[in-house]
Design a protein around this ligand. Structure first.
Ligand code: ZN
Length: 292
């Protein structure tokens, strides 16, 4: 708050002295340099996060940062350097430092504990056998990974994301799945159930990078929102967009269905940073630029 007020006063001063004289120019440069110093060189949002969530790292200079022994290069975007970094599900709660590689700058990050429930799912043997066809699953995974290999460096999105369909939230994010008594993948997305044919909307502006019929996820759409943020919509009865198409937030992109590995009509909606699923909830609450 204080910083933004200082910024406001300085911007006002800047406006007053703007002119063509050398003197005015010098003052403007001093004011600009002072203003730059007021900006934290490295910030992490939100400052308090959870396993399976994501953080938004920003800096006013080019740098790499390290977290959990992994190094991430911040990417240039609209005059600053940014990176979305997923927090692993197995991250230990505690306070960490996101540190620049030259150790000049650090930002504090707290990971709070979160419990994920176990979701017991019993399906027919026929359906369960679908999960054994690794050849088809791997072929699909290749298509999915290729679609998510590139992302616009600037955001397509403006503001918070919206719920992609009306319905009942049947499976929240992060549940540990047990299918027919055997521990399966974690459910790193949300399931919204409603009637077949229910409208499905783009959760934010973006570009469709995949609209295809896949084996496990059925009719599937993936949208690039820029900055390596993607949304995925699975098990649709009908695709109403094509790969390469730009979509606006709230635009109808398809219809709810139960295609692929699914026991009833629902939308499987996920959000990813590259190929890593993250909790969609913070995106529904605010744009990453507004995370606190
Ligand atoms: Zn699902």
């Amino acid at each position: 708050m204080l910083q933004s007020m200082v910024g406001f006063v300085l911007m006002a001063a800047l406006t007053l002295v703007s002119g063509t004289s050398t003197y005015a120019k010098e003052i403007m440069e001093d004011v600009h340099a002072y203003y730059q110093q007021q900006q934290p060189p490295l910030s992490v949002m939100p400052g308090n996060t959870y396993p399976g969530d994501v953080i938004f790292v920003r800096s006013n200079r080019a740098m790499s940062v390290t977290l959990f022994a992994q190094t991430y290069r911040l990417q240039p975007s609209r005059g600053e350097y940014i990176r979305m970094i997923p927090i692993p599900f197995n991250a230990k709660p505690g306070t960490y430092k996101v540190m620049s590689s030259d150790k000049q700058f650090a930002a504090s990050l707290t990971i709070s504990p979160k419990k994920f429930a176990v979701d017991v799912l019993n399906v027919s043997n026929d359906l369960n056998e679908m999960r054994q066809d690794t050849k088809r699953i791997n072929a699909d995974q290749k298509k999915i990974n290729a679609a998510r290999s590139r992302s616009a460096s600037v955001p397509y999105f403006t503001g918070a994301f919206i719920q992609p369909a009306a319905g009942t939230l049947t499976t929240p994010y992060g549940y540990q799945r047990v299918v027919n008594g055997v521990p399966a993948n974690r459910h790193a997305a949300i399931d919204i159930a409603n009637k077949t044919g229910t409208s499905i909307y783009a959760s934010n502006n973006g570009k469709v990078v995949l609209a295809d019929s896949l084996y496990l996820t059925g009719n599937t759409i993936i949208i690039d929102h820029g900055m390596n943020i993607f949304s995925i919509y699975a098990h649709l009865s009908k695709l109403e967009v094509v790969t390469g198409q730009e979509v606006a937030q709230g635009q109808q992109i398809g219809r709810m269905g139960t295609t692929g590995f699914s026991t009833g009509p629902h939308l499987h909606y996920g959000m990813l940073i590259g190929n890593t699923y993250v909790n969609p909830q913070p995106f529904f609450e605010a744009s990453p630029f507004q995370w606190k």
